[in-house]
Design a protein around this ligand. Sequence first.
Ligand code: GDP
Length: 178
Amino acid sequence: SGSWDPPYRVVLLGDPGVGKTSLANLFAGLQDRDLLEQHGEAAYKRTLSVDGEETTLLVMDTWQPEQPGEESRRRSQCLQVGNAYVIVYSITDRGSFESASELRIQLRRARQAEDIPIILVGNKTDLVRCREVSVEEGRACAVVFDCKFIETSAALQHNVAELFEGVVRQIRLRRGGK
Ligand code: GDP
């Protein structure tokens, strides 16, 4: 159904430590700080101009590791509320790459009939010597899981603007009408 009400909610998923908060902060601070709004815990609203058209994104960084014994309502909520998803792993942490695949599967299960934009992100490309996941593996994974792929470095601010512009383009592709 291509009739969501903007702002589009973009949820960041991924293991702890992969760089979700760093990416969200860069998104929030890229230009006008005035446009930044806090929504509860960690959500940042910004209007991006992409291909000559403005789109408002609400980027949500509220994904939390599963606590033993706790019903993970927060986690399942995250899988329900997004209009688009950014699944982040660290290229220096193979475990986080495997988690990313699991998240993709959980997401598909939670939102079966929907065609939601998903971007797989390999972060920390600046840590060249610690790389455990190759670009080719990342790209192949994205093909298997039918999502977009980009590698970023939050530390060097490399490809971060491109990531969120890509999210906007993916949302527009599915928006229909308008
Ligand atoms: P989160 O738990 O997924 O939100 O991850 P954070 O954004 O809190 O980042 C975890 C740690 O990794 C912090 O010490 C960050 O400074 C660091 N970090 C995040 N992105 C990068 C990156 O692209 N390169 C490097 N070298 N460190 C990063």
